[in-house]
Design a protein around this ligand. Structure first.
Ligand code: DHB
Ligand code: FE
Length: 282
């Protein structure tokens, strides 16, 4: 059976793509963010996952307001990047892991998650930036199963539901008939609000409490409704739901306990509180 080795989390602000493109990693503005990655790359170099399951949120590229799935699973042989602009070159397509995609889809429907199945799927910065941050050199060495969670148009799924989805995905990974090793990635957050009266809102205290809970008490976040989450983290801060799904998958794989390999929290990049984290199943 496949092995789920751990979970990674990172923010996905589009400006990060511009900074990579321009080689600004050592620039004083960017350094505190990019400094979070070398220890994660060391861990990935040691563990060498073959496949990643990526929880991310589309921003209106593949799904728009006319058709908005709550949960969508990619089942494509490859995924093409077509970002929203910002002048960043698009990245080459990356490869899917079809067999695991279908195993996850079958498992989720069996466990009563009525997902949308996508045999074609364009992906935006939320999907491409984590791959470029974790594997900056050359071609992406992992195959990918993207799982999209709606954070764009209400109603959004509540944290408890997303945690349950993550658990079901973790159970699917664990029962995948393959000798491959798998890591789960959360792309998004943490607290940020891009628009409206509270534009620029960041909640460091809540973010740090959330990051702490991922290690010691992962169900802490499930006490909040999605509206409470917006209040505490900002309209776009709800992207932290990706981290909730990632932690749910680890809970299914290794029980309640995880080991924190490394982590970083930095405010702000653009309008966002950034976090980077690696958790290992024990
Ligand atoms: C920003 C953050 C995001 O998560 C995003 O998708 C777009 C922009 C920002 O802070 O600029
Ligand atoms: Fe985003």
């Amino acid at each position: 059976m496949a092995k789920l080795i751990g979970g990674l989390g990172t923010s996905h602000i589009p400006a990060i793509g511009g900074a990579i493109h321009k080689g600004l990693q050592q620039d004083p503005y960017w350094k505190p963010f990019f400094d979070g990655f070398p220890p994660i790359r060391d861990w990935l170099g040691e563990k060498k996952p073959d496949v990643v399951v990526m929880f991310y949120n589309d921003h209106g590229l593949n799904f728009f307001l006319d058709k908005m799935p709550t949960f969508a699973v990619g089942a494509a042989p490859e995924y093409n990047n077509a970002d929203e602009g910002w002048g960043i070159p698009t990245l080459p397509p990356f490869k899917g892991e079809l067999d695991l995609s279908w195993h996850i889809i079958n498992t989720l429907v069996e466990k009563e998650f009525d997902i949308v199945t996508c045999q074609e799927m364009l992906v935006d910065h939320a999907c491409t930036l984590p791959l470029k941050l974790f594997w900056p050199e050359g071609d992406c060495p992992v195959t990918v199963v993207p799982i999209c969670i709606n954070t764009v148009q209400f109603p959004l799924p509540k944290p408890g539901r997303v945690y349950a989805l993550g658990k079901a995905v973790g159970e699917a990974i664990k029962s995948w008939d393959s000798s491959k090793t798998v890591a789960v990635i959360a792309s998004g957050g943490l607290s940020h609000q891009l628009d409206g009266e509270r534009a620029g809102f960041i909640n460091k205290e809540f973010d740090l409490q959330f990051l702490d809970s991922l290690e010691s008490n992962p169900e802490w976040i499930t006490q909040f409704s999605v509206h409470e989450l917006v209040e505490k983290t900002g309209t776009q801060g709800v992207e932290l739901l990706m981290w909730v799904a990632m932690r749910g998958a680890l809970a299914a794989a290794g029980g309640a306990k995880v080991r924190r390999v490394t982590g970083n929290y930095h405010i702000p990049i653009s309008n966002t509180a950034t976090a980077v984290l690696a958790l290992e199943t024990v």
